[in-house]
Write a protein of this length. Structure first.
Length: 285
């Protein structure tokens, strides 16, 4: 433990869910739960920061008692800041109907699978294996859009394009070059690409939340594994990653655990950077 880490007082821990806190079976290990409870008992804010929306996140907030404590959730990759105790949206960034119609028109011409999220339902353009996978991962309902005009007349939190990872990577590069100045383009999994309102990323949302709580980003520890976690890892004073994180995430992380999400990486990171620091500070005092 170097001196700077020892002296750091972590006041907020932000956690990605899929492939970071969650195991492959979508569960949270008892070891990770105990570590987070210990951190909460130290007065540290525990914030879930996910590509999922509130309806898909709340079961984990309840399991970790975050909902009972009335803390915050960063949902939809930073498009939403949510009061965990009520589900109320404190921030809710949106894509305009015109933007959605234009980009979705191009997706339809190219034969892409795409979907929208409204309340507790995934609306897909055509039934496909990726949408079914998303339903399994998120626990949300899944419906095929029956009235395209009606649904595209509304503002949207995000548009998701899904498909084979190789194709999604090509779409990612194309969209970053084409509309990257007007929207946030991220991949949350190799087969899921998300288009979000400008300013809707986990890093920006975490920064806004830290200001709301009057916490400096140097006192924020963030853990994530995928491309949609990059900004969060870079902005946090202590950006961390599990061993299974994407190479580009590990490259910018200040600390990379030797453990994967299946091996309680969250607990390992907290042991190294929070609990060891706490013990060192007690010794100094």
């Amino acid at each position: 433990m170097n001196q700077s880490a020892t002296e750091a007082r972590i006041r907020l821990i932000a956690l990605d869910l899929d492939d970071t806190l969650l195991r492959a079976d979508l569960s949270i290990s008892e070891e990770n739960k105990r570590a987070l409870q210990r951190a909460e008992n130290m007065g540290i804010h525990i914030v879930l920061a996910s590509g999922r929306n509130y309806f898909s996140m709340r079961r984990y907030a309840e399991e970790l008692f975050i909902r009972r404590r009335g803390d915050y959730l960063v949902g939809s990759n930073g498009a939403q800041l949510i009061q965990a105790s009520t589900g109320n949206l404190l921030e809710d960034l949106k894509l305009s109907p015109d933007f959605c119609r234009n980009i979705i028109g191009e997706f339809e011409q190219k034969g892409y699978f795409w979907q929208l999220y409204m309340e507790g339902t995934i609306y897909c353009n055509r039934m496909n294996e990726w949408a079914i996978m998303d339903q399994r991962l998120s626990g949300l309902r899944l419906e095929v859009i029956s009235d395209m005009d009606a649904i595209l007349s509304q503002e949207q939190t995000k548009i998701l394009v899904c498909g084979e990872p190789e194709r999604i990577e090509l779409v990612y590069r194309e969209l970053k070059d084409g509309i990257g100045d007007n929207a946030e383009i991220v991949t949350s999994k190799p087969y899921f690409l998300e288009i979000l309102p400008k300013g809707a990323n986990k890093g920006a949302a975490l920064d806004r939340l830290a200001k709301r709580l009057r916490i400096g980003m140097e006192s924020v520890l963030a853990i994530g594994d995928a491309r949609n976690d990059l900004e969060m890892i870079q902005k946090a004073g202590w950006g961390c990653a599990p061993a299974n994180a994407a190479e580009e995430v590990r490259a910018v992380a200040r600390f990379v655990s030797a453990k994967t999400n299946e091996e309680d990486a969250v607990m390992d990171i907290l042991e190294h950077l929070v609990f060891t620091a706490e013990a060192a500070q007690r010794e100094i005092r």
